[in-house]
Design a protein around this ligand. Structure first.
Ligand code: IPM
Ligand code: MG
Length: 372
């Protein structure tokens, strides 16, 4: 398969982790005879510094002319601590989502067997958790009308949804549930918010088209609690933009590190894949950022194009790296000095030599000299 991929490394650790995902995709292309080409674009603070614009026209053109996007991370403390700033790195990401109409953000959350002890939650509570969060990404309070009174003392953000916006992502979430445990939970605040009541009404109406899926409803405050009390009760969660933003960070605690959570943002025409973590600026260029979320995002990209065997191999490489403790310091209690690029090297080697499945750390030849 020929794929033209836009790479937007962005800010902070974005460039480091994205480089590892590209490394892995290149290994996949080589092993499976695909042709993947990569085109880089500026976004976020990196783009503001060079052009004054968090999403330069040139970047948008690259994105519109490629098959898929691989995104790194966005944000900089320079702007976080300055609420007065008119131009912000996050605007780059939000405009990108909106311009490409990437309305469904899919965030898988899974408890890795080898990492259950890394989570602050009890092993019994999280073991076996496997959730897909479907977060609406191009509407709601993020994109509703924003107002600030002339005297600067009153501000508001409108949370608005239309039936169409709800329907299109709900269909995707129902279909995902059909391929999984056939349970869909709509998370909302329908006891208070009009927009949530519309979500309930529309999703309930669609349910008759998916008779094999059990639909239930949960208020966001309860869902936030249930996620840490009993995460195994969830299969697919469907929710609006901001609730999804918040509970997906919360859910990452189940996996053991936010550095493991990948995401795909899908529209009818374009698709973008990115880790859910932010720019983690303090870690920039230290080689400590976990590249797995970015590598798993690349696996989601492969799945998206039907390259299931390739994606499965990447995921297997990730599982292997986790079980052998070839991980960055956020997860590693066993070995020091395993850097971002060494994790990527290991997974790249695994893709090239998957038959060496009985590896253990003492007989790892794959990039061994660089790992130990
Ligand atoms: C995310 C991030 C973004 C969001 C920020 C960087 C704008 O937190 O992708 O979850 O809020 O959507
Ligand atoms: Mg977020």
């Amino acid at each position: 398969m020929k794929l033209n991929i836009a790479v937007l490394p962005g800010d902070g650790v974005g460039p480091e982790v994205t480089a590892e995902a590209v490394k892995v995709l290149k290994a996949v292309a080589m092993e499976f005879d695909h042709i993947f080409t990569f085109q880089e674009g500026l976004v976020g603070a990196a783009a503001i510094n060079k052009t004054g614009n968090p999403l330069p026209e040139e970047t948008l053109n690259i994105c519109e002319s490629t098959d898929a996007l691989l995104f790194g991370a966005i944000g900089s403390p320079k702007y976080d601590n300055n609420p007065e700033s008119k131009v912000r790195p996050e605007q780059g990401l939000l405009r990108l989502r909106k311009s490409l109409d990437l309305y469904a953000n899919i965030r898988p959350v899974k408890a890795y067997e080898s990492l259950t002890s890394k989570s602050p939650l009890k092993r019994d509570v999280i073991a076996g958790t496997d959730i897909y969060i479907y977060r609406e990404l191009t509407s709601g309070i993020y994109f509703g009308k924003k107002q600030l009174s002339n005297d600067g003392n009153v501000a508001s953000d409108l949370c608005q949804y239309s039936r169409d916006e709800i329907e299109r992502i709900a269909h995707l979430a129902f279909r995902a549930a059909q391929t999984r445990k056939r349970k869909l939970t709509l998370v909302d605040k329908a006891n208070v918010l009009e927009s949530s009541r519309l979500w309930r009404k529309v999703v309930k109406e669609l349910a008759s088209q998916y008779a094999d899926v059990t639909l239930d409803f949960m208020f966001i405050d309860n869902a936030a609690m249930q996620l840490v009390l009993n995460p195994k009760q969830f299969d697919v969660i469907l929710t609006e933009n901001m609730f999804g933003d918040i509970i997906s960070d919360e859910a990452s605690v189940i996996a053991g590190s936010i550095g493991l959570l990948a995401s795909g943002s899908i529209g009818d025409k374009y698709a973008m894949f990115e880790p859910i973590h932010g720019a983690y600026t303090n870690a920039t260029d230290k080689g400590i950022a976990n590249p797995i979320a970015s590598i798993l995002s690349a696996a989601m990209l492969l799945d998206h194009f039907g390259l299931f065997e390739e994606a499965a191999l990447v995921k297997e490489g990730v599982d292997k790296s986790l079980s052998l403790h070839i991980t960055t310091p956020d997860l590693n209690t066993k070995y020091d000095n395993i850097s971002t690029s060494k994790v990527g090297d290991f997974i790249e080697d695994f893709i090239k030599n998957p038959e060496e499945t009985n590896l253990n750390f003492t007989n790892i030849h794959l990039g061994q000299s660089t790992i130990i």
